[in-house]
Design a protein around this ligand. Structure first.
Ligand code: MN
Length: 460
């Protein structure tokens, strides 16, 4: 049986146009004017006036991750269910072996966490938190397993590797057509500032979190990484970029001729650092993430960079903890588990701010949420576009709808949303995953049909 979505506007990175969409099985068969004899064989779904986006891709999630001596609130089941409800048909999570463990072990562990439990399709990046001959010898097997992107950290003792190791890893990845996303914050100076804040009696104050990790210490790490990438002659991705100073370093590297891809997240686009100044611990602690949420000016700089194509993707860094878990840091801000839920709300929050405040065009929204992540992470044109032959991953977005985001309504197990009280412009009405209706009327009606995606090489 075919499905015909009739009356909608198909959105791509170039804008939107009136087109009906015919789905046959898991794939889009054709779009535009559908011949009547084909329409007659189809189940017709009226989507008059709705935007049809290619399924959103969230290339930065952390489901079922052990961190800060606890485990994220969302596993792959609740995380992917939360994702699909918000229009995200693909997540790319970070497989994360511990130091001393092999990449193969980490990959196997992430398959055990995810396989058979997902409401949306999924892939993995592989974390490189150790560098030696043994790890390097595993890279080819990772590419064979469909892992073409990797993650490195310039901070966090449990995960960071030294500058020399980053250099060697970037070269080894480049030789294989791979790429790395890097968490850029200075490690040593941030630790020293944390010690100073604690010594001056501010160890229980949530505001110490952003004070200890200022924008320029992120920019320092961005600058250092980009100079290491220059030496390695390798492209690189700056993940969860938050501020203008970092964007300046990226612009300088591009002027030198380097290839740099940039990701940001909704919390850096739609919130500002005022959230940390709430006198109620729990109200402020829920926003603790690294890098921290920055100033309004930084948010403006990120939107401008999105408009100019200098930031390519918006992912969430979904890393959810309940308020009870956040409470572990009531007496010591460094014990607040860092991370925010967001996989459920990304599409609606980005669409709303982009359109209401004229920050980004519809095509720009589509590029940041779908098209660019598909290209950057080797999924295009199977994902990231509504075109003949592509997977029928389609978000039916009703621009006439509106609702208010509340933590209590979320499928995420975090139990709160950083966007509490946010009124959306439009809303996700239906979501198709490979031709199957997974969400209808804002409710998940489908099952755990998500499949592992073997990804190809970067093509952005
Ligand atoms: Mn992350």
């Amino acid at each position: 049986m075919k499905t015909l979505l009739r009356g909608g506007y198909v959105v791509s990175g170039r804008g939107c146009r009136r087109a009906d969409v015919l789905i046959d099985g898991e794939k889009v068969e054709m779009l535009g004017h559908i011949p009547p004899e084909l329409a007659a064989q189809s189940e017709v779904v009226d989507v008059t006036g709705c935007m049809l986006f290619p399924g959103f891709i969230d290339a930065h999630t952390h489901f079922d991750l052990d961190v800060c001596s606890t485990t994220t609130a969302d596993d792959f089941e609740s995380g992917s269910k939360s994702a699909i409800r918000g229009g995200t048909t693909t997540v790319i999570d970070f497989a994360c072996p511990n130091k001393g463990e092999s990449l193969a072990y980490g990959l196997d562990l992430w398959h055990k966490k995810a396989d058979g439990k997902c409401y949306c399709d999924y892939g993995f990046h592989m974390t490189i938190d150790d560098w030696n001959e043994s790890i390097e010898s595993e890279l080819d097997a990772m590419f064979d397993a469909g892992i073409t992107s990797f993650k490195m950290y310039l901070t966090y003792p449990a995960m960071m590797i030294g500058d020399g190791a980053v250099y060697r890893a970037l070269k080894a990845l480049k030789a294989r057509g791979g790429i790395a996303g890097v968490h850029c914050e200075n490690a040593g100076v941030i630790d020293a500032r944390i010690a100073e804040l604690k010594a001056s009696g501010l160890g229980a104050d949530v505001v110490s979190h952003p004070i200890s990790r200022p924008d320029y210490l992120e920019a320092e790490a961005v600058s250092r990484l980009l100079r290491i990438a220059q030496a390695a002659e390798a492209p690189v991705i700056i993940v969860h970029t938050t501020n203008r100073a970092s964007l300046d370093e990226i612009a300088a590297a591009r002027r030198r001729g380097q290839t740099v891809y940039v990701e940001t997240c909704p919390q850096y686009l739609a919130l500002d650092d005022g959230v940390y100044y709430d006198p109620d611990f729990s109200s402020a602690a829920r926003y603790v993430c690294a890098p921290p949420i920055r100033s309004q000016e930084d948010s403006e700089a990120l939107w401008k960079a999105l408009r100019r194509g200098e930031v390519q993707t918006i992912s969430t860094d979904h890393c959810s903890f309940t308020l009870e878990q956040k409470d572990m840091g009531r007496d010591d801000f460094t014990k607040i588990p860092g991370g925010l839920p967001g996989v459920e709300t990304r599409g609606e929050v980005v669409y709303t701010v982009a359109i209401n405040e004229n920050k980004l065009s519809l095509g720009g929204v589509c590029r940041a949420l779908s098209e660019n992540p598909a290209k950057l992470y080797g999924l295009y044109p199977r994902k990231g576009v509504i075109a003949a032959g592509s997977d029928a991953d389609i978000v039916v977005y009703d621009p006439g709808a509106s609702h208010v985001l509340h933590g209590a309504d979320m499928l995420s197990k975090a139990g709160y949303t950083p966007f509490e009280g946010f009124r959306t412009n439009g809303g996700v009405s239906k979501v198709y995953l490979r031709g199957q209706l997974q969400v209808d009327g804002g409710k998940v009606v489908g099952g755990k049909m998500g499949e592992y995606l073997k990804r190809g090489k970067c093509a952005l």
